[in-house]
Design a protein around this ligand. Structure first.
Ligand code: FE2
Length: 386
């Protein structure tokens, strides 16, 4: 242990995990003193039985609710402001987010606007979230974002294509309700992309300059669980492996909530902001390249990642063990069907300069184990473009 360092850990105050737990959302929301909740979800989920599970539980607990089911992937300023208008118009006093990262992040933003005031553009200009949000309960329906236990709300300015992560301990949901049975109908390509997103969270957290012993424990265990469960979760969609992935995503979320993400997410946010490529896909295409770049900044930790993914690193040199982590991640991405190159998902040479500019604006850059220059980032994009 390094005696010169002090550590602070922020965690969601209450985490309820297990098959069927979504059905207790009404009780959890009522216990927080909410009388009328805004249920924030996305257009795809509205077509499924998931919102019905939530609203039936709210009804049973005597909690009034209003549905806001318009959150799009990479939620925009406009969507957040629309949700806020509905929140006020209906006299809501709490939020229930149901979905992947997009509805959860949109709900956090609606919440901080409701209690902190200002417009989304003020926060893009540097305004801070300094007051508690209305009670927020988060129910994830993917196995990747970890947003149910993080303090970050990632919102896109559709005019500039810039994605901003607005962080504050006040954004942490009061309750994270993680019910793996909600993942059973998730298409296998979504299990793959969101599962790879969780792996990126864990890898970036483990190698972040803000890593600390507790976050290391969370992130390394998450990597191990993803190595064990992701392939079979994608192949079979069975509840055992999906439960493993739900736990891994939760652990990785708790880890990066305290360490932030680093180079890979800095670069992927720029890609998704400019091109609309799904978040997990962009991360997963980039991560072998960002890991390879980072090897010399954190060789031992990359060796740990290789071992956590099941590679036999006994007898290898530190750098050979580190390189085994890159190969293991590339192999996993290939096996679960992640495209190899950014070109395959619609990125072109014409995007690269703007992507490099936006990636360099991310707060995660300075936490990366190897400090990249803009030229480094541009070179990584060129490599990943294929
Ligand atoms: Fe992510």
């Amino acid at each position: 242990m390094d005696v010169s360092k002090t550590y602070t850990l922020n965690l969601a105050p209450r985490i309820v995990f297990g098959v069927g737990t979504a059905q207790q959302v009404g009780v959890e929301v009522r216990a927080l003193g909410v009388s009328h909740g805004l249920v924030v979800t996305d257009g795809g989920l509205v077509q499924t039985d998931v919102p019905g599970i939530v609203t039936a539980s709210l009804d049973a607990a005597g909690v009034k609710w209003t549905l806001f089911g318009e959150v799009e992937p990479n939620p925009s300023i406009l969507t957040v402001e629309k949700g806020l208008a509905l929140y006020h118009a209906q006299g809501c006093d709490g939020l229930i987010a149901v979905g992947g990262g997009s509805p959860m992040d949109a709900a956090k933003a609606i919440g901080f606007l409701a209690s902190n005031g200002g417009s989304m553009r003020d926060y893009f200009a540097g305004k801070k979230v300094e007051r508690p949000l209305p009670p927020l309960v988060a129910i994830p329906t993917t196995c990747g974002t970890g947003s149910e236990v993080t303090q970050f709300a990632v919102i896109t300015d559709t005019e500039t294509h810039f994605k901003l992560g607005i962080g504050s301990p006040f954004n942490l949901p009061k309750v994270a309700l993680v019910d793996p049975s909600l993942l059973v109908k998730l298409p296998s390509r979504m299990v793959a992309s969101t599962g790879m997103d969780a792996l990126c969270h864990a890898i970036e957290s483990y190698t972040s300059l803000l890593a600390q012993p507790v976050s290391d424990a969370f992130s390394l265990h998450a990597i191990q669980m993803i190595g064990r469960h992701l392939r079979t979760a994608v192949a079979n969609g069975n509840l055992t492996d999906l439960t493993g992935m739900a736990m891994a995503s939760l652990l990785a979320g708790m880890a990066f909530n305290n360490t932030r993400t680093t180079l890979d997410h800095a670069m992927s946010h720029a890609v998704t902001g400019h091109t609309g490529v799904p978040h997990g896909i962009a991360n997963a295409i980039l991560v072998p390249h960002t890991m390879e770049f980072n090897l010399i900044g954190s060789p031992e930790k990359h060796g740990d990642i290789a071992a956590a993914l099941g590679e036999d690193t006994d007898g290898l040199s530190v750098m050979d063990a580190a390189r085994a982590a890159v190969d293991a991640v590339q192999e996993l991405a290939d096996e679960v069907g992640i495209p190899h190159t950014l070109r395959e998902v619609g990125v072109t040479e014409a995007h690269l300069e703007a992507l490099a500019d936006d990636a360099m604006k991310s707060g995660g850059i300075v936490l990366n184990p190897r400090r990249p220059t803009r030229q480094d980032v541009l070179a990584l994009y060129k490599k990943a473009l294929g």
